[in-house]
Design a protein around this ligand. Structure first.
Ligand code: UD1
Length: 429
């Protein structure tokens, strides 16, 4: 038996959903709290497994972690140690690599388990992170059991680092390492995602001296120490985008609250091309789709381009559009494993390497499918909501890693969706 998500599809979504704090900002800001001498209060924390694991990791290293309410947590890293990190938890989470930059910055030494997390793109290297640490004066070694050890005996010293590939993780990890280093570090060809700006804003609020985050040149002037403070994490661009894609696929009208319009521009542009209406206020967006869906082409790119983490979700309205749409994956080597599941639901898709052609069909049909990773899982939910009949999604743990109460939020806007305990394939009922 295992937990699955069951959906009776074919119903439009109508109503309002509040967007939670950004996963990819929170999983970097929690390790960043290790740099702070004192207590950090973090607001707008999303209730998702990746964040809870990250909090358990810093707690396991000796930090005080205390929830004041469901979305506000205090982290006190004053007595944190490097001796006995909880390696098994680290392996569960790709973002545990941020502990490297944070520990290296504070203790000149870090030993972490090679990170886990979503495995949609084949190999997910960390060579650029390591190259950055080494440029700042650290020496790296790989130890038995899959551990990476980085150490800077004489401390880290600021340098100019050019990233060969635009990497979110490497940009943030180098920012963390350089925050308490001597002198100035310049990251050229830096990533510009909203969570990079959020990490820089958090660090600056605690006393760091970082400028240029959000452009492709970031300068980090090292400071001696950081002090405690309060910081509110930005809303999740991808969670908002997921509900926008969902209402485009099902039809209806959804208002999303607690959003930053600028972060959703490229997603809105594509939804409008597909035939949806998108209206903003300062911190809400309403997406309405009543007419037919039109084909459109999407290419994923680093921010401000179309986010790769929205690619599988946007594929669902395109499965139902009038004509052939092309999606080109421009960030990861491959990210189309989920289309095998969509084919079980009647989608007509051809994949060749980084390009997928979606020939629109009049309807999708419910089927048993698997959530292969976090965003593929979100796409399966959207497909189930748009399909006729019953869809049952297995491996929901991937979805819980990154979506705060997705089932409850969708129920509140008219979806017939619920968690069920069901026998696994091949198991006797
Ligand atoms: C982050 C996000 C992930 C998103 C991705 C791209 C988190 C926790 N995860 O992942 O959801 O899909 O950004 O927006 O924030 N690369 C290298 N060497 C490296 C690092 C990356 O070659 O050392 C390459 C990767 O293979 C990939 C590209 O750079 O082709 C982008 O990866 P990167 O931006 O680093 O992704 P993550 O930070 O792992």
């Amino acid at each position: 038996m295992s937990k699955k998500i069951m959906i009776q599809g074919g119903k439009p979504l109508n109503g309002e959903i509040n967007i939670s704090g950004a996963k990819n900002a929170a999983v970097a800001i929690i390790p960043a709290a290790i740099l702070v001498d004192g207590v950090c209060r973090l607001e707008n924390i999303p209730n998702i497994v990746d964040v809870m694991v990250q909090l358990d990791i810093v707690k396991g290293m000796g930090a005080g972690v205390r929830f004041l309410d469901p979305t506000t947590v205090e982290i006190d890293a004053t007595h944190i140690g490097t001796d006995d990190p909880p390696y098994e938890l680290m392996r569960k989470l790709r973002a545990s690599y941020y502990l490297m930059g944070a520990l290296l910055s504070r203790y000149n030494k870090a030993e972490v388990a090679m990170p886990g997390g979503c495995n949609f793109g084949g190999v997910r290297p960390i060579d650029l992170h390591i190259k950055g640490f080494e440029a700042l004066g650290a020496v790296t070694s790989i130890k038995e059991g899959g551990f990476v050890c980085v150490e800077a005996e004489n401390g880290l010293e600021g340098k100019t680092i050019f990233l060969d590939v635009v990497s979110v993780g490497a940009t943030m990890n180098i920012m963390l390492a350089a925050t308490l280093a001597k002198g100035t570090t310049t990251i050229e060809n830096a990533a510009k995602e909203p969570h990079i700006v959020d990490l820089a804003n958090f660090l600056n609020a605690m006393g760091a001296d970082i400028c240029g985050a959000g452009t492709d040149v970031i300068k980090i002037h090292g400071v001696e120490k950081l002090h405690g403070g309060t910081y509110s994490i930005i809303p999740d661009q991808i969670e908002a985008g997921t509900y926008m894609a969902a209402v485009a696929a099902t039809g209806g009208s959804l208002t999303l609250t607690n959003i930053i319009p600028k972060h959703l521009e490229c997603i809105s542009t594509k939804l409008i091309e597909m035939g949806a209406d998108v209206e903003y206020t300062d911190d809400t967006v309403r997406v309405t789709r009543t007419g037919p869906l039109h084909k459109c082409n999407i290419k994923t790119l680093p921010y401000p381009g179309f986010p790769t983490d929205m690619q599988p979700q946007m594929a669902i309205p395109l499965c139902l559009a009038d004509g052939a749409s092309v999606i080109t994956e421009g960030v990861w080597d491959s990210r189309f494993r989920y289309v095998d599941e969509l084919r079980k639901m009647g989608a007509d898709v051809h994949v060749d390497g980084k390009v997928a052609v979606f020939n629109g069909v009049p309807k999708l049909m419910g089927a048993p499918v698997t959530a292969y990773d976090l965003r593929a899982g979100a796409a399966m939910i959207i497909a189930g909501l748009a399909a006729h009949g019953e869809t049952v999604i297995s491996d929901t743990r991937h979805i819980e890693r990154g979506y705060d109460d997705i089932v409850g939020k969708l129920q509140s806007v008219g979806a017939q969706i619920e968690y069920v305990e069901m026998p696994d394939e091949g198991e006797q009922a």
